[in-house]
Design a protein around this ligand. Structure first.
Ligand code: F6P
Length: 321
């Protein structure tokens, strides 16, 4: 009987997850493996809900945002008995390896499941936050950057026309990867990230200096992780004579057709994941490291904080004079 690998997409969706599902399925079939896809993240393992994936059933999805397998944040999986049920599901379906597509929280779930079941896990990092250790870039990050840049370019038109300052809040959970890259790409006057907090007074000072230099409009890109941006907007409005507006980009950043780069990363990560499973390896996370597809111990990827290159903030400051 041929071996079976399972796929699960877990946590927040990210553009390119479907490209990864497609590629895992097709590479696995090319290697003589069967594939099943669990539905709705870890919930699929709690309820034994899955579908068979074939090269044909994953046709026409490479360009789709979201995940055809659906996903959810599944606290029940972390409750007593959750991981045990998941392990039983894997055994009942003779799953020989599980590919987990998601962020570090999903990787932590995979580790627990592997300890309980003995089934080898392969993590494929997919999140718009780009906050997973062991990879320079996660699936979906490039798409989210481009989505946010497109939106902020439009906001810039209004900022210039009305000579206003806009605070634009982008996602990123507790980290500033998305805000930093987006900020550089839109030419933000200020980038606010949790890794290098600025006081409201500092932000006002920068904007006042800009005004003296003749810059009457401005874009402040703020990571959601810095805290309450509406309070910041209100406080800036109160302390200055400028018109301050806040725009929260929100979930639009998570959806949409994946960029070519997100699709490519998804395809290459998936190929590596299946290759390693075929070699009998397990409990690894795939990643891009200095342009090369590599793997890291899943435990390390799940538990290490990814460093953010703060030199980029300096570059952004120089570019904003
Ligand atoms: O991890 C992706 C992300 O969109 C974060 O940027 C954000 O903080 C979070 O998910 C929102 O989570 P939820 O979908 O549970 O509201």
């Amino acid at each position: 009987m041929s071996k079976t690998i399972g796929i699960v997409t877990s946590g927040g969706d990210a553009p390119g997850m479907n490209a990864a599902i497609r590629a895992v399925t097709r590479v696995a079939h090319s290697n003589g493996l069967q594939v099943i896809g669990f539905e709705r993240g870890w919930d699929g393992l709690l309820t034994n809900s899955y579908r068979k994936l074939t090269p044909r059933s994953v046709g026409g999805i490479i360009q789709l945002g979201g995940t055809i397998l659906h996903t959810l944040r599944c606290p029940a999986f972390e409750e007593p008995g959750g991981v045990e049920t998941g392990a039983e599901t894997l055994h009942a379906n003779n799953v020989d390896g599980l590919v987990v597509i998601g962020g570090d929280g999903s990787f932590r779930g995979a580790l627990e499941l592997s300890k309980q079941s003995g089934v080898p896990m392969m993590g494929i990092p997919a999140t718009i936050d780009n906050d997973v250790f062991g990879t320079d870039e996660t699936i979906g990050f490039d798409t989210a950057v481009n989505t946010a840049v497109g939106a902020i370019d439009k906001i810039r038109d209004t900022a210039i026309s009305h000579e206003r300052i806009f605070i634009v809040e982008v996602m990123g959970r507790k980290r500033g990867f998305l805000a930093l890259e987006v900020g550089i790409c839109v030419g933000a006057e200020v980038i606010l990230i949790p890794e290098k907090p600025l006081d409201t007074c500092d932000v006002i000072k920068i904007m006042e200096e800009n005004s003296k230099k003749g810059k009457r409009a401005g874009i402040i890109v703020a990571a959601e992780g810095i805290g309450d941006t509406s309070k910041l907007a209100w406080e800036m409005q109160r302390q200055t004579e400028s018109e301050i507006r806040l725009s929260i980009l929100g979930y639009a950043q998570r959806g949409g057709s994946p960029t070519a780069r997100s699709r490519l990363l998804a395809s290459l990560f998936a190929e590596k994941a299946v290759e390693l499973l075929c070699e009998g390896r397990g409990n690894l996370a795939i990643g891009l490291q200095n342009g090369v597809i590599k793997s890291t111990e899943l435990e390390k990827a799940a538990k290490t904080t990814k460093p953010l290159d703060l030199r980029l903030l300096k570059v952004a400051e120089m570019l904003a004079i």
